[in-house]
Write a protein that binds this ligand. Structure first.
Ligand code: PHE
Length: 453
């Protein structure tokens, strides 16, 4: 029998869990990364592979993570250790927790740098609102920002401080209240931008870029990136959802339902972001292909500059995007912090959060420098930031997910699974279990082997 509460605290309701899990899932991954990944990997074909990854691999693993977390109620490493022991298998499965912690540290290091860009843009538009100069040449503005290591470090530090402040206090209080209003606001603003996209007359072209597959663009690499993006966007493979699941009450909460709610919202936001951004790109005569990581920073300001209340839009957009990034970065820091708390005592929450955040901040300086001073450094053909991203998002997350799928599908016994999924019809339960046993692991494996071989 699993315990009923976690020493780290509990979500006060099902809605709070959904908000927190959605807050974790929806972030830079949807609005910054998804559009430029689509842009760099051939448009429609990438999007379709991505959607298939979400349905066949992402959702089943999302449910598995929440289930394991809710059963174990501890930080991932200790939960997995207990589960492996109770199931009479080897300790190797604890490796999932370690992959998760290392991936989380690597991801947060560059995530915070990019979130720093969004803070910087929000600040620029705020100044413009009070009479400061507007962004008239977005390409030049963006390059100037990347060329300035001190500026980048400042915003990266500020964002990390915001993140650590929440995690150090424990997640329930401030965060639950914030996500309740801010996430819907972001959603509405995206809809407004899609509306603007419609008014450009380029929505048709944008939709065909997003959804019409050009299969000649597809190679092993596109699969790898789509799979990595699915894991990244749903916050999977690094035990974030497992950690959040540990704080989820038993009563009246159906794991399949919350899983579907989170996966659908996350996917909808990514697609909306695409539908907001590509009409703008096209209407300004830019090439939708090969936009790179600067895509939203160089395209959206074009639209804001053309609007009469563009500064307000800009401030709202980048402000809300910073918030979305914030609710995600908190969930990147939480698993490692919870683990340190369990290892060194509950009273050390502040120390635990601060030391992990400090480590991520330091590592983030590598990404900062790779944008300017060390921009010539190449590791396997990528700059340092691109390399960290590739290793963490596209390799470690799928690998962690693969192990979670195998562990849930083959090691955990039916009674334990059924106890957590009591409301699931038998046929769906069986389908879910076979997706985890065979389909998801095979897909991940084929993608990893094909891309890396
Ligand atoms: N899902 C988040 C986003 O889309 C990023 C994230 C990845 C958060 C992994 C937690 C764990 O921005």
């Amino acid at each position: 029998m699993s315990t009923t509460t976690s020493i780290h605290g509990m979500w006060s309701s099902r809605l709070m869990f959904i908000l927190a899990a959605t807050g974790s899932a929806v972030g830079l991954g949807n609005i910054w990364r998804f559009p430029y990944m689509t842009s760099d990997n051939g448009g429609g074909a990438f999007v379709l592979v991505y959607l298939a990854c979400i349905a066949l691999v992402g959702l089943p693993i999302l449910m598995a993570e929440v289930l394991i977390g809710r059963h174990g109620r501890m930080s991932p490493i200790n939960t997995l250790r207990n589960l492996a022991r109770d199931s009479g298998t080897g300790r190797a499965w604890v490796g999932i927790g370690w992959i998760g912690i290392v991936a989380g540290i690597l991801i947060l290091s560059f995530y915070s740098v990019v979130a720093g860009w969004t803070l910087h843009y929000a600040w620029r538009y705020l100044k413009q609102l009070f009479g400061g100069a507007g962004i008239t040449d977005p390409g030049a503005t963006f390059s100037a920002l990347l060329a300035d290591p001190l500026e980048l470090t400042f915003w990266h530090a500020l964002f990390m401080l915001l993140t650590v402040a929440v995690v150090a206090m424990g997640v329930e209080k401030g965060l639950e209240r914030a996500v309740r209003f801010l996430m819907p606001a972001l959603f509405l603003l995206l809809l407004a931008l899609v509306g603007y996209g419609l008014s450009t007359g380029y929505m048709g072209q944008a939709i065909s870029f997003l959804f019409r597959p050009d299969w000649s663009e597809i190679d092993g690499n596109v699969f790898l990136r789509a799979m990595g993006q699915a894991f990244f966007s749903l916050s999977l493979g690094m035990c974030t959802m497992m950690t959040y699941g540990a704080y989820l009450p038993r009563e009246g909460v159906s794991i399949p339902r919350v899983g579907i709610a989170v996966a659908l919202t996350d996917t909808a936001v990514a697609l909306l972001a695409g539908m907001a951004i590509f009409p703008i790109v096209l209407s300004f005569g830019l090439d939708p292909a090969g936009g790179g990581p600067g895509l939203i920073f160089t395209s959206l300001p074009l639209a804001f500059a053309a609007m009469s209340i563009g500064a307000l839009y800009g401030l709202l957009f980048f402000g809300l995007l910073s918030v979305a990034a914030w609710t995600s970065s908190i969930s990147l820091l939480e698993p490692a912090t919870a683990f340190l708390v369990e290892k060194f005592g509950v009273k050390r929450r502040k120390v635990a959060a601060l030391s992990m955040a400090g480590l991520c901040w330091l590592l983030g300086l590598l990404s900062v420098l790779s944008l300017n001073v060390w921009s010539h450094v190449r590791i396997f053909g990528r700059d340092i930031m691109g390399f960290i991203e590739l290793v963490a998002n596209d390799i470690m997350l799928p690998l962690g997910g693969l192990m979670i799928a195998l562990f849930t599908g083959w090691v955990l016994n039916r009674t334990l699974l059924r106890e957590q999924l009591s409301d699931m019809p038998e046929a769906l339960f069986t389908t879910w279990r076979w997706l985890l046993r065979v389909v998801a692991p095979l897909l991940v494996l084929v993608v990893l082997v094909r891309a890396l071989a």
